[in-house]
Design a protein around this ligand. Sequence first.
Ligand SMILES: Nc1ncnc2c1ncn2[C@@H]1O[C@H](COP(=O)(O)OP(=O)(O)O)[C@@H](O)[C@H]1O
Ligand SMILES: [Mg+2]
Length: 252
Amino acid sequence: MVDSELSTIEELNERNGGMVVTESVVVLRNLWKVYSLGEASVQALRGVDLRVRRGEYVAILGPSGSGKSTLLNIIGGLDRPTEGLVYVNGENLGRMSESGLAKFRARNVGFVFQFFNLIPTFTVLENVMVPAEILGLGRSEARRRAEIILKMVGLEERLHHFPSQLSGGEQQRAAIARAFVNEPVLLLCDEPTGNLDSKTGASIVRLLVEANRRYGITLIVVTHDQRIANAADRIVNLVDGRIVGEYLCSHF
Ligand SMILES: Nc1ncnc2c1ncn2[C@@H]1O[C@H](COP(=O)(O)OP(=O)(O)O)[C@@H](O)[C@H]1O
Ligand SMILES: [Mg+2]
């Protein structure tokens, strides 16, 4: 990616109030993340360039500590880079305030984590309603949407259960429903099967792939599970904070 392209995106964005939709849902340029720990510092990302097309399914593979979670958190606006540019859905995240970022996340991004991160004192239904309410939907509309999505992920019999009353696979389905409820353009998953047995994990992978294929949701999954990677359109290999290889996958 060259500078002139980026300045064009910026200009167009400014002229259109940030509403430009480009072909790339994610554009990262020369991304660095350095954590300072007193005297020492850790270079978690060291010059990452990446573009992800609308509707693409990208798997990010790499050993533990290679910077996968850091990368995903920056793409999703949960963390900021030390250096570099981050565009998601045509918007420059580096220009946003904290509250702007929070709104941006609620509108555009769904997150799925290894340990589900459901609110333990909320029922499944209430957990899924939370992002819709953050977006400003009324309670009854949030509930209507949450019920539809929970049915889609096969949890219509579990609406009033608490997370602790569910199996791991069911908790991850609830977390996926929560990630989908605002119809995000981008779904970010950090080791979504890392805490599940392989059969349950496979059903979660099918659910994510279906969302990608059927609804065109752009999917980025961080994993060290080769099965997840095999279902992707593209595999990106991260080692020591750098992209060391990219492979297009063909599915015949
Ligand atoms: N908040 C933090 N403070 C300091 N170092 C961190 C922090 N988060 C991650 N790191 C370090 O950055 C590197 C990349 O971490 P991470 O992105 O979690 O890798 P991965 O998800 O691939 O295992 C590791 O060396 C890790 O110890
Ligand atoms: Mg990680």
